[in-house]
Design a protein around this ligand. Structure first.
Ligand SMILES: Nc1ncnc2c1ncn2[C@@H]1O[C@H](COP(=O)(O)OP(=O)(O)O)[C@@H](O)[C@H]1O
Ligand SMILES: [Mg+2]
Length: 315
């Protein structure tokens, strides 16, 4: 657990509970890639050791069937059998007399399954502790959440992400510059898993050479700034519809994702001093609406074309 970075408070509290060996039911929540799954696995390992962990810990995530039937059978069966006291196998590990059930991505469980879980948690809390993990704490039904000690996992800040990436680069012999790591940390927005994945792709691309910021931007799918600029500029300069459509087609045919384009257009618009506050607010409203369209599966090309035309009318 010592190698978990940035979640000092959570780790400190969890360590205290390991010492007292009295683990509460837990609810870990926070954005992806902040160490939730790693933390509970590390904690289980420190409690039981690698050998006993297999029999003492049940881990179910979203890819496992977790409907009400599974809660009633699999989880219940695992939860209800008591464990014997310390055996020789425990070795130096504390090995407390209860088991742990980890329900990863619990916010994807149905309401019914969550309700069924409520009874199971209550009935077997003497012999089993539950750890629910989720991204959105509001999707866990209240009676379930109130039975757990809640731990919030924060997105990693830039400096924590950088120091983690630096450590990986040094151990894996990756040729990096501090500028690339900073770019990586900014683009991954507090998601360490994403940052590590990008770093891995970049190092594959460059083999033993120095990783460049350009390739980082390429890998992460960021649209080059001048492309976005020229889109907005042509909208502002009131080119005719056909010309605007051509501009949009140029960007879309380079294969960038519309969600990415939308978010970069928003950043540019907000930073543009030639556009006044009212115009920004109006365009912002459309961007929000279009983001929803994209989430619902509307054609990407249409959405971006529409947005550019709106900017052209508004500005
Ligand atoms: N706080 C952290 N400290 C160290 N490594 C982390 C941290 N958060 C994420 N990671 C790294 O990212 C990967 C994914 O983390 P994970 O625990 O699965 O995130 P989550 O479950 O919160 O989405 C881990 O394998 C680990 O390498
Ligand atoms: Mg996880």
């Amino acid at each position: 657990m010592d190698s978990i970075s940035a979640q000092e408070q959570t780790v400190a509290v969890l360590k205290k509970t390991i010492e007292s060996q009295n683990l509460p039911h837990m609810l870990f929540y926070g954005p992806p890639g902040t160490g939730k799954t790693s933390t509970i696995l590390a904690l289980s390992r420190e409690l039981y050791g690698p050998k006993l962990m297999k029999s003492r810990v049940l881990e179910l995530n979203a890819s496992d069937e977790r409907g009400i039937q599974v809660v009633r059978e699999k989880v219940k069966n695992f939860a209800r059998t008591a464990v014997s006291n310390r055996t020789k196998e425990a070795g130096d590990y504390p090995c407390p007399p209860y088991k742990i059930v980890i329900l990863d991505e619990a916010d994807l469980m149905t309401q019914d399954a969550q309700s069924a879980l409520r009874r199971v948690i209550e009935t077997y809390s003497k012999v089993t502790r539950f750890c629910l993990i989720c991204n959105y704490v509001s999707r866990i039904i209240e009676p379930l959440a109130s039975r757990c000690a809640k731990f919030r996992f924060k997105p990693l800040d830039i400096s924590n992400t950088i120091s983690r990436l630096k450590m990986i680069c040094e151990q894996e012999d990756v040729n990096y510059s501090s500028q690339t790591l900073e770019e990586l940390a900014t683009l991954s927005e507090g998601d360490l898993r994403k940052a590590i994945m990008y770093l891995q792709s970049a190092s594959k691309l460059h083999k033993k050479e120095m990783i460049t910021t350009e390739s980082i931007r390429e890998i992460t799918g960021v649209v080059p700034d001048d492309m976005i600029n020229s889109l907005i500029e042509s909208a502002k300069s009131k080119k005719n519809e056909i010309q605007l459509e051509e501009e949009v087609a140029k960007v879309m045919c380079s294969g960038f994702s519309a969600v990415q384009i939308l978010s970069q257009i928003q950043d540019q618009i907000l930073a543009d001093y030639q556009i006044n506050e009212t115009q920004k607010a109006r365009i912002g409203e459309f961007i929000g609406q279009f983001d929803k369209y994209l989430a619902d599966g509307t054609d990407e090309h249409l959405v971006i074309t529409n947005l550019i035309k709106i900017i052209s009318v508004e500005c």
